[in-house]
Design a protein around this ligand. Sequence first.
Ligand code: MN
Length: 233
Amino acid sequence: MATIGITPSRKIEDYRQSILHVGGEARVLDASAPIDQALAGVDGLLLTGGEDVAPAHYGETPHPTVVAAEAGRDEFEIAVVKAARQKGLPIFAICRGVQVLNVACGGTLVQDIPSSIHGALNHSLTVPPHEPYSLAHEIWIDKDSLLSKLMRERLSDADECEVNSRHHQAVKDVAPGFKVSATAPDGVIEAIEDPAARFCLGVQWHPENFFRTGEFRPLFEGFVEAALKSDRK
Ligand code: MN
């Protein structure tokens, strides 16, 4: 069975359930342990949602809307991404996770979508009556991507789908070697991946909120399957 290491987050249950529902073992990583120890016995890395990455990590000063994450979280997650990539572990990154992944690999972020992108859609559907799984906007998927390959069965020959959305930041400059695999109609980057890696995918929406109904189950299936083949070191 593949053991998936999940980065600690205040809301962990849907991530855990999403892994369990596709036959993976879920383990919340110990952020206080040295990185090698934290990743010991882990076959795949799942990066979770949360507050913003400090802009200092990509050489910028913070916009007033930036909300700091838990103390030490940026440093732990950036280090864990680098170690996981060095080990060749599959990585699946969600919301803040895709932002951490991009920054850890040398990319930058849009610090605040509403004040930076004219005519942007509402990407922050956070207040009632919106449920975590309420659909917010469409995404357009690049056909030549891992994301498209994974979603093909569900999308048949379409290249768009509806996603939920709870973010005010997004990927700006894509990290070297990565490519954009989906965008929203306003141009906001909704998914990136590293085509050179076996499985290194980040999405800006929250697929884990759909574990009961399975809309994004193929993403977790593909991730856990890749982790099963992982050469644990
Ligand atoms: Mn969005």
